[in-house]
Design a binder for this molecule. Structure first.
Ligand code: CP
Length: 301
């Protein structure tokens, strides 16, 4: 009923969401849905917030907006009471982004309408993962045997965590790259320098340096040369390989600015696919197409 982390979905749920998103991409309005969806963002967002809003409106839902600055969060109201209040108003689902990792643990039993995690600290970002899976599937038709490199600030990235473990579960060969001080050994994914893997990968997934989660502010002057996608590295990629990035992009840091919109870049395509993927998530969760039986907390990745 909730979508909180990627292990909530088994491979057939993921396949169903991809197929539903594909249907919405070819027919992007389905205004049969009635009711209200609340978008509670306790952290800044452009893509996730606006594309959920776009998805909700294309489905026929009305959106309930919220800002921490103008809400009773300013009077000290807790996340729990805020969410219970929104549920009591009669919404059909609640999208939440919050800086606290696993913020949802206190909510999952207490809230009866679907909660969709729009990002929990450096925990997970399941709707981003699903739109990334959609984009890869649209390109290659399958995940088995694909060589996927996820490169950058792995340690602080909820996108890296959701994507690496799910892509591995779906049969892809996942390698991490980037500075050793941002590696995350807990994930158990092999690491390699970018120059070792750039010519072999099918998908290069770059990550933003998550300054807001760093204790120290660093100078990233040499980052592009040492770890990022320069024009020289891009020229070593296979003809059919693609570049992805969840964005926002630090142009000239993770990737040379001119490559953000190059032919093999799917960065803006990812954002476009995000609308249809989020339509699919809302449609399947609220209508019960993906049910409590198929979303199992025991599904291990
Ligand atoms: N990719 C992503 O989550 O972007 P926003 O932070 O702008 O939502």
């Amino acid at each position: 009923m909730h979508l909180l982390k990627m292990s909530d979905l088994n491979p057939s749920d993921i396949e169903k969401l991809i197929q539903t998103a594909k249907r919405f991409k070819s027919n992007p309005y389905d205004e049969q849905h009635r009711g209200f969806i609340a978008n509670l963002f306790f952290e800044p967002s452009t893509r996730t917030k606006l594309s959920f809003e776009m998805a909700e409106k294309r489905l026929g839902y009305q959106t309930i907006d919220f800002s921490t600055e103008s809400s009773s969060v300013q009077k000290g109201e807790s996340l729990y009471d805020t969410v219970k209040t929104v549920e009591a108003l009669g919404v059909s689902a609640i999208v939440i982004r919050h800086p606290k990792e696993r913020y949802y643990e206190e909510l999952e039993e207490a809230v009866q309408v679907p909660i969709i995690n729009g990002g929990d600290g450096k925990g997970e970002h399941p709707s981003q993962c699903l739109l990334d899976l959609y984009t890869i599937h649209e390109e290659f038709g399958d995940f088995h045997g694909l060589n996927i490199v996820i490169s950058g600030d792995i340690l602080h990235s909820r996108v890296a965590r959701s994507n690496a473990l799910t892509l591995q579960r779906l049969g892809a060969n996942v390698t991490m790259s980037g500075p050793s001080f941002w590696q995350d050994a807990e994930l158990g994914i092999p690491y390699a320098p970018i120059d070792e893997v750039i010519s072999k990968c099918d998908v290069l997934m770059l990550l933003r340096i998550q300054e807001e989660r760093h204790d120290l502010k660093e100078d990233h002057e040499d980052y592009l040369t040492n770890y990022g996608l320069t024009q020289e590295r891009e020229q070593q990629m296979k003809k059919e390989s693609i570049i992805m990035h969840p964005a926002p992009v630090n142009r000239g840091v993770e990737i040379a600015s001119t490559l953000v919109e190059c032919e093999r870049s799917r960065i803006f395509a990812q954002m476009n696919n995000g609308v249809f993927t989020r339509m699919a998530i809302l449609h399947e969760l609220v209508q019960g197409g993906i049910s409590n039986e198929s979303i199992t907390k025991k599904c291990s990745i």
